[in-house]
Design a protein around this ligand. Structure first.
Ligand code: AHG
Ligand code: MN
Ligand code: MN
Length: 336
């Protein structure tokens, strides 16, 4: 039974059952991620103080400008996991291809791969708005002791062993699941310890918040347009409240606590939407489902999609079950 104020370290030890079949490897992996998160948290907090804000002058594989902190966060997570030889492979939103951890075919027998969005919502850094990190962990499918392959990363989301996000907000939180519910830990920055502040998180079955970039309204599919009009209608418990931070981790974290729906649909400008299946949608879908919510592409469950590309994008409807189901009703009227 999770105890409030327990530290993350104590929680992991007490809940070894969550890490079944593991020789402590998954616990050590989560420990590495929480360490890297503290480093990134420290840098994010300093963003307003030092002159490290702004584009690096490079564009990532998605064609987007990279911010300096994106690069720093990417390197921090990769280096922490690499130095500790804790995984056999890493795929990052910021890297074109996956990384094979040296020695995974010889010296160590690690069986997990990590997929990561090191800094989510990075356009918000220079305006002092919450950003996040998202991670997703799978057991490799290729044989232990051989180099990792693309198929180790291209697994359907329902194969995830664990997933989580870190939100660098008014306080810094680590929220994760190993498939036995969702627990949230808040960082005490003075001590560098994470405390269990949100045990067994449950997303309300319905809510009154919808989060979508309505500026793209004219480009949305008709089903999404109709659902937005439904949210704005003066009827029953509506109109709903519109909240869109532009930082998915923050938008979904808020909806996890208050109830709500987050939508990033496809549009006539972006035929598969914007968000990446492997680094963003699968981990958030796993967490939200584990909290009792729902995540689909408007028609089918995100976690059942078989990925074809590392950087594949997918439309995303995620949040309180009844709200996602209502949005799906509108989508079904027009088909995909
Ligand atoms: P990232 O910073 O990792 O590229 O992700 C940003 C994502 C997501 O966090 C956010 O919800 C969405 O992009 C915002 O996109 P729009 O500006 O198109 O609404
Ligand atoms: Mn992102
Ligand atoms: Mn990112």
């Amino acid at each position: 039974m999770p105890k409030r104020n327990q530290t993350l370290g104590e929680f992991i030890i007490e809940n070894q059952a969550d890490f079944a079949y593991s020789s402590g490897e998954l616990s050590r992996l989560i420990n590495s991620l929480r360490l890297a998160a503290k480093v990134v948290n420290h840098e994010v907090n300093k963003a307003g103080l030092v002159d490290i804000i702004g584009g690096y002058g490079e564009t990532n594989i998605q064609g987007e400008d990279q911010q300096k902190l994106d690069v720093m966060a990417n390197e921090t997570f990769i280096q922490t996991l690499t130095n500790r030889e804790i995984v056999c492979g890493i795929a990052s939103e910021e890297n074109d291809d996956f990384i094979t951890i040296a020695g995974c075919d010889r010296d160590h027998q690690n069986k997990y791969v990590v997929l990561i969005d090191p800094l989510d919502g990075s356009s918000n850094i220079d305006v002092n708005v919450s950003v996040g990190t998202i991670f997703s962990i799978y057991r490799r499918v290729s044989p232990i002791g051989t180099p990792v392959t693309k198929d180790d990363f291209l697994q359907a989301g329902n194969n995830q062993v664990a997933a989580g996000y870190i939100i660098y907000g008014t306080s810094t939180m680590l929220v994760y699941t190993t498939g036995n519910g969702v627990n949230g830990f808040t960082l005490n920055p003075a001590l560098g310890s994470w405390y269990l502040s949100h045990p067994d998180m449950k997303i309300p079955t319905t809510g009154k918040i919808y989060s979508i970039n309505e500026g793209n309204y004219v480009h949305f599919p008709q089903g999404v347009k109709d659902y937005i009009k439904y949210c704005q209608e003066e009827k029953e418990d509506r109109p709903y409240t519109s909240r869109y931070i532009g930082s998915m981790v923050s938008d979904i974290h808020r909806n996890m606590i208050k109830g709500g729906i987050f939508i990033y649909p496809k549009s006539s400008k972006a035929t598969n939407g914007k968000l990446r299946l492997l680094y963003e949608c699968n981990p958030m879908a796993f967490i939200v489902e584990q909290a009792g919510g729902k995540a689909t592409d408007g028609f089918k469950r995100i976690l059942e999609i078989k990925p074809e590309e590392l950087h594949q994008r997918v439309p995303f409807f995620c949040g309180s079950t009844r709200m996602v189901e209502k949005a799906e009703e509108f989508m079904a009227q027009y088909g995909d």
